[in-house]
Design a protein. Structure first.
Length: 409
């Protein structure tokens, strides 16, 4: 059986999104599918331990605890619905994929799932060299104080009396004041060495959840997705890197230096966008694959089908219409353009289903999918046409950026 964890940067999304409707997936494949909600934004990630006391000690990670509760329920009850409680596969995209990365490292989640499909999972609290190191608990409490000042709430009772819409509006204003217009870096899971360990990627390399098989991958042009919201996203990123370089000084200098080296000599008009996709999404996924491959079977993909819309390429989330089989409608076509290939959806569903059933994503009639190892780095390119295996695609980017992360070597 499959359990879906939706994305949305920990501030949006939910099982009611038509994109995540599982009816087509279930009709076309012999699977049981569960889709879960979890608390988002300040409802899921607001640390109230200072005002609420011990009872609220874990409030900073309620969204993760919701996911754990769902996993425990599925492990205990899914047999009554025709699912196999001994063969549970998590799958998720973006923030949902990052959640699965965290679950792989969490002692509280050990033994609750058997396989994981991680689509464009992102950094998931990866330690980045060059950024100032901070303790997440004090930072989480400082955010809570900011929020309570914005909300005009002096204590927990006043906070609990607020209408949900007021809470969301106040949270958005707090994020904007911090320079986070979408709330992406403000709200999310916090390392606390209670629910969430300090060294997620290092712990995975050391075997935090060794019994889980992993299928993981990213899309070729991840960050072009944000052109849906900002047509000048390349210039926005370029400005951001230069401004951070000035405001953060030496703390950001190494990131800025590598960004400059990455784009040096490139004629790609979206070179900063490409760097951001590699830095924040693809390379953390590769590092997780390396770590888990030390302990269990791991597979890697790169989704390469290009949108029919100009300037979108194989952007972030573009695989979702194919995974769920929803190729029509405004949400899907805003990324894919008109008439995406229906056959590609069936092939991807077959691969995901094969992995969930057997632990191997090679579907009948498809190119054999080799396991990922640090020696070969075999990666299957998913396209509308023959699927091909490439060893270490864009290896130069991996070699350049490898030293940016602290993963407990």
């Amino acid at each position: 059986m499959l359990l879906w964890i939706h994305g949305g940067a920990n501030v949006s999304g939910g099982t009611a999104d038509p994109m995540y409707d599982g009816h087509d997936f279930v009709r076309q494949n012999d699977v049981v599918l569960v889709s879960i909600n979890y608390r988002l934004g300040p409802f899921g990630f607001l640390d109230l331990s200072e005002v609420g006391g011990p009872e609220y000690a874990r409030s900073r990670n309620l969204g993760l605890l919701d996911q754990l509760a769902a996993l425990r329920w599925v492990r205990g009850q899914i047999g009554a619905f025709g699912g196999d409680p001994k063969n549970i596969t998590l799958f998720g995209e973006s923030a949902g994929g990052s959640a699965i990365m965290r679950l792989l490292a969490m002692p509280l989640a050990r033994g609750l799932f058997d396989k994981a499909i991680i689509e464009s999972g992102g950094p998931a609290n990866i330690k980045v060299k060059g950024y100032p190191k901070k303790d997440d608990v004090p930072a989480a409490r400082a955010l809570a104080r900011d929020f309570m000042r914005e909300a005009g709430a002096a204590d927990l009772a006043a906070l609990r009396a607020l209408h949900a819409d007021t809470v969301l509006a106040d949270a958005a204003r707090v994020a904007r004041r911090r320079g986070d217009t979408m709330g992406i870096s403000t709200w999310g899971a916090r390392v606390d060495n209670d629910v969430l360990p300090d060294d997620i990627f290092g712990d995975i390399r050391r075997g935090a959840n060794p019994d889980v098989k992993v299928l993981i991958g990213t899309n070729e042009d991840e960050m072009l997705y944000f052109r849906l919201y900002d047509q000048d996203f390349e210039r926005t990123l370029m400005r951001e890197y230069h401004e951070k370089s000035q405001s953060m000084g030496r703390d950001f200098s190494r990131v800025k230096e590598l960004a400059d080296r990455y784009i040096a000599g490139s004629t790609d008009p979206m070179r900063y966008v490409d760097f951001a996709g590699e830095f924040w999404l693809r390379q953390p996924s590769i590092l997780l694959a390396e770590g888990q491959a030390r302990h269990n079977d791991t597979w890697m993909y790169l989704f390469t089908w290009d949108s029919a819309l100009p300037g979108m390429g194989a952007c972030h989330a573009i695989e979702l219409p194919f995974v769920f089989g929803h190729l029509e409608g405004e949400a899907a076509e805003s990324m894919t353009g008109p008439n995406p290939p229906a056959a590609l959806a069936r092939r991807i569903q077959a691969a995901w289903t094969a992995f969930a059933a057997t632990g191997n994503p090679t579907a009948p009639g498809e190119t054999p999918w080799p396991r990922y190892t640090a020696d070969t780095r075999a990666t299957l390119l998913l396209a509308d046409g023959p699927w091909t295996v490439v060893n270490d695609p864009k290896g130069e980017a991996r070699r350049l950026l490898r030293g940016m992360y602290d993963v407990g070597e």
